[in-house]
Design a protein around this ligand. Sequence first.
Ligand SMILES: [Zn+2]
Length: 306
Amino acid sequence: MTNRAYRTILPVLCALLAGGPLVSQEAGEGSAAIPVIESLTFRDKAFMDFLKDLEAAYRMTARREDFTPVFYEYTPSDKDDFISLNARFSTPASALATVNRIETADESLAGRTLLIPASPGLFAAEHPETALEYLIAQRYSNTGQKNLKKILVKNMIFWYNPLDTLSVEERSFFFDPSMKLPLKDVLVSSPFGDRQSPITGQWQRHNGVDLAAPEGTPVLACKGGAVEEAGSDDTLGNYVIIEHPGAVKSLYAHLSKIAVSRGDRVKTGAVIGEVGETGAATGPHLHFEIRINGQAQDPKGSVKGL
Ligand SMILES: [Zn+2]
């Protein structure tokens, strides 16, 4: 590694798993700064150092040698997005996304200063917050990842695995986060939020959107996932709940027919039933909800075209 690289290790505290505390490698230097890449050109010293460090990290990873990841900082321009930055730094998407806690590839990076890891691998947040981090944490707890390094960088703690990368499910969540419309043609007849109930006349919260459509219109899964419930009750009528990656669920109610069963795995756009007016409905329509971490959210926020 370059001399510069050794200095960049200084702000990074690390320790082997072993249940021990984080070991400081600061050696009394205080808040040694992370080197800043100003421009992605060969005239930029930090950028050249970064490329050398990245190459060294790939080599050490291939030889299964132990090393501590090195970071640089870069502030994207308004034109940059994750895909373009990832290509220009030639650093794996898994490392760049996870250490910056970016949830989806289309997330705006404007005004942020990014950490650019000069290493492959994946940084699993010790305290997951985003949907992507929950997915990774779930996989780690299922597979019992071992021999990970605990890294403290910019007050965030990660488990670092130089050999890991995003799983197929995590990649598809990260790169294609959008949800599709649950009907081919949508006509919003009642939006999300507080409204006067058409049944009781009382003001109440409407936890989804109502989409008017003729009885029998196919209802489509807004995103791939597993059918968590396919049932019936007085209010929702025949309904389906699909569980998607990252603590996201979608609900489809007042169906005339249900075409899936509990436990089925469905793909985005799969037909899961037909529009009807079962339950507390005043006419044929689809009541469509999105719940994130158990809270109903305005589907407009996650479904393009609503
Ligand atoms: Zn409704």
